[in-house]
Design a binder for this molecule. Structure first.
Ligand code: OGA
Ligand code: MN
Length: 296
């Protein structure tokens, strides 16, 4: 088997979202395969692998071959309610007995924040590098995941806006993103855990050298700016960055694994019937440094 990576849509998005064939992620990868995946991520920002029947342990082993993992400290499940270890993010609508969460369950309502455009863990001082999402069970309709190319979005800004955003620092917190949806059911401990952190609005991607807009619905302010002006501007930039020409919409099949680079993309989940099972598991590589250390 030889690994091969091709653009999913060579006509309209030749440099965003690739599909990978000729690789079995359940096995230990060769150094050449690891290098090809990193190179593919540097080029495409999103990679799709079909038919990868991974156990949790195999997903973890594969992910660790690409770099150190971050811990799943971004959700609100109490330790005794978790379905999986802290190395895995539970991106499902299930409780630990495998039952679909009630419509008004706090964990479900918090999880709806994934339907807002975001970059994973931008609310942590050291945010995420790659996310690897494995689809175990998907609803019959809906539940796509959309990805936006934040390098292309940056490139398409006019020169005055590029100058304006160049050195701006944003404040990111899950309290901001959930607040957009009217969710403010946080404990005192959660509010303390998610005090705003600082991230650059423009960062340079070390692998490709390209600049990108580092936006997320977690961003609730810009240093030195009045809050309403900052939020209006961030909303405008997000609207710009998520125009359809910058977006790839992934329609899931069971056992797809999709990997994205949080330094160069945003993503969001799309709605699905809350009575249907959607079981996805995410491993996440840490960026190891803050975006503050990735100045243009
Ligand atoms: C995630 C996420 C989107 C989805 O796993 O980080 O935002 O479609 N998922 O479930
Ligand atoms: Mn996410």
């Amino acid at each position: 088997m030889t690994i091969d990576i091709k653009p999913i849509d060579p006509v309209s998005r030749a440099f965003f979202a690739g599909v990978v064939s000729g690789i079995d992620l359940t096995r230990r990868l060769t150094d050449a395969e690891v290098a090809a995946i990193h190179a593919g991520m540097d080029r495409y920002g999103v990679l799709v692998f079909h038919n990868q029947q991974l156990s949790d342990d195999q997903q973890l082993a594969f992910s660790r071959q690409l770099g150190p993992l971050e811990q799943a400290t971004g959700d609100i499940a109490a330790p005794q309610d978790r379905r999986m270890s802290m190395d895995l993010n539970d991106i499902s609508n299930l409780d630990k007995h495998g039952e679909v969460l009630p419509r008004d369950d706090r964990r479900r309502l918090f999880g709806l924040g994934n339907q807002l455009w975001h970059s994973d863990s931008s609310f942590k001082d050291v945010p995420a590098k790659y996310s690897l999402l494995s689809a175990r069970k998907i609803p019959p309709t809906g539940g796509n995941t959309e990805f936006a190319d934040m390098r292309a979005a940056y490139d398409a800004l006019d020169e005055a806006t590029k100058r304006e955003v160049h050195d701006l620092i944003c404040a990111h917190s899950q309290v901001f993103s959930r607040g957009i949806l009217g969710f403010d059911d946080f404990t005192e401990a959660e509010r303390l855990k998610w005090v705003p952190v600082r991230q650059r609005l423009v960062r340079r991607h070390p692998g490709s050298g390209r600049l990108s807009l580092y936006l997320a619905s977690h961003a609730g302010g810009i240093e030195g700016w009045p809050v309403p002006e900052a939020r209006a501007f961030l909303r405008d930039l997000t609207e710009h960055a998520t125009q359809r020409q910058f977006v790839y919409a992934h329609v899931w099949k069971p056992w797809d694994l999709v990997m994205w680079d949080n330094r160069a993309t945003m993503h969001r989940a799309r709605r699905y019937d809350p009575k249907e099972v959607r079981d996805m598991r995410r491993t996440t590589l840490t960026n190891e440094v803050s975006s503050l250390e990735q100045a243009p």
